[in-house]
Design a protein around this ligand. Structure first.
Ligand code: CMP
Length: 137
């Protein structure tokens, strides 16, 4: 079983989509192993997205991710990383397939409703960024 870190971003939380988004993952066989709602500071958002620190969108992305509460969770399942990415759809909602979360709910390439780890290496940085071992069940 594989674990991945998923964030329901501030745009989607603001629109009351927490339940809708979690249920799409659960209906596809993923299990919620850990979950909490929190509001990141700008510095915490910068630390989470440090791999993007040299990208032109880093400043704006970290402003967005710290503008309001998000829901962070660990999802577990077979091929959880790839499965979550398929359910989310492409980063840019204009390119996302029909029926994906981003096609249905993202506003644009930045305010794109959800985040999911893109590799086992990212997951091993992102999961402990928010959760201690005792909180993952
Ligand atoms: P996420 O999957 O959280 O990973 C990095 C985030 O940066 C991405 O979703 C978007 O929110 C944002 N992002 C990626 N590419 C761009 C871009 N070209 N312009 C603005 N934001 C972007």
């Amino acid at each position: 079983m594989e674990k991945t870190l998923v964030i329901i971003k501030p745009d989607a939380v603001k629109k009351n989509l927490i339940g809708e988004i979690i249920s799409r993952f659960e209906k596809n066989g993923l299990r919620v192993a850990a979950l909490k709602k929190l509001k990141m500071t700008k510095e915490q958002a910068m630390g989470f997205y440090v791999v993007h620190k040299d990208r032109p969108f880093y400043e704006s992305l970290t402003d967005f991710m710290s503008e309001g509460p998000c829901v962070v969770m660990v999802l577990e399942g077979e091929d959880a990383i790839a499965k979550v990415r398929k359910i989310m759809g492409a980063t840019n909602p204009a390119q996302a397939e029909e029926g994906t979360i981003r096609k249905d709910f993202a506003e644009n390439i930045e305010r794109n409703a959800v985040h999911g780890s893109d590799s086992p290496q990212s997951a091993s940085y992102e999961i402990p960024y928010f959760f201690s071992a005792l909180e993952i069940l």
